[in-house]
Ligand binder design. Structure first.
Ligand code: SME
Length: 157
C-alpha cells in the first residue's frame, strides 16, 4: 500500500518550478515509478472545442484526441468529478488504449473555474484503486496545481 503522506512530501519537493509542462512530466514520472501496478500514468489537457489532447505521460503511446463525451477521461472532464472504475470492461464507452488496462482512476484538474485537464492512471489489475488511493492521488493533483502556473498557455493552445 502506498504511503501517500510521504509521496505528497516528496512531490512537493520535486516540483520546484512554476512551469506546468515540466511539472506534468515530473508528476507522471514520479507516480508511475512510485505507485505499484500501473501500466499508464499521464495527463490529458483541455483544448477547444471541448477536446482533451494527450499531454506528458509514462506508458505505451495512447489515444489522442479524446472528445469530452467519450471514455472515462471524458466523464471526468464533463462531471469534474474523479472517476474510479473497478472494471473498465464494464464502463460504457471506455476507450481501450492498451488492452492490458483493467481498472482506471481519472482526476479532473480545474483552474479558474475551467477544466484545465485530467490526470489518468491505468492498472492491469481489476479493482486496483481503493478510496485511499483516490484520496491520495487527489492530494498529489492538488500539489501539482499549487506548484504550477496553469495560466500560461502552451504552444498548442
Ligand atoms: N481509457 C481512457 C483513455 C485514455 S487511456 O487509458 C491512456 C478513457 O476511457 O478515457
Amino acid at each position: 500500500m502506498s504511503d501517500y503522506a510521504l509521496l505528497a512530501r516528496q512531490l512537493e519537493t520535486l516540483l520546484d518550478t512554476r512551469d506546468w509542462l515540466t511539472n506534468t512530466a515530473q508528476t507522471c514520472a514520479f507516480i508511475k515509478h512510485e505507485i505499484g501496478d500501473l501500466n499508464w500514468a499521464g495527463f490529458y489537457l483541455q483544448r477547444q472545442p471541448r477536446t482533451l489532447i494527450l499531454g506528458p505521460f509514462q506508458g505505451l503511446p495512447a489515444c489522442n484526441p479524446i472528445a469530452f463525451d467519450k471514455g472515462v477521461c471524458g466523464a471526468a472532464a464533463t462531471t469534474r468529478r474523479t472517476q474510479r472504475v473497478a472494471d473498465v470492461h464494464a464502463f460504457p464507452g471506455h476507450i481501450a488504449c492498451d488492452a492490458a488496462s483493467r481498472s482506471e482512476l481519472v482526476v479532473p484538474i480545474v483552474h479558474d473555474d475551467e477544466l484545465w485537464g485530467v490526470l489518468d492512471l491505468d492498472s492491469p489489475r481489476p479493482e486496483r484503486f481503493s478510496e485511499d488511493d483516490q484520496r491520495g492521488i487527489e492530494r498529489l493533483v492538488e500539489i501539482f496545481v499549487a506548484a504550477s502556473d496553469l495560466s500560461t498557455p502552451s504552444a498548442t493552445s
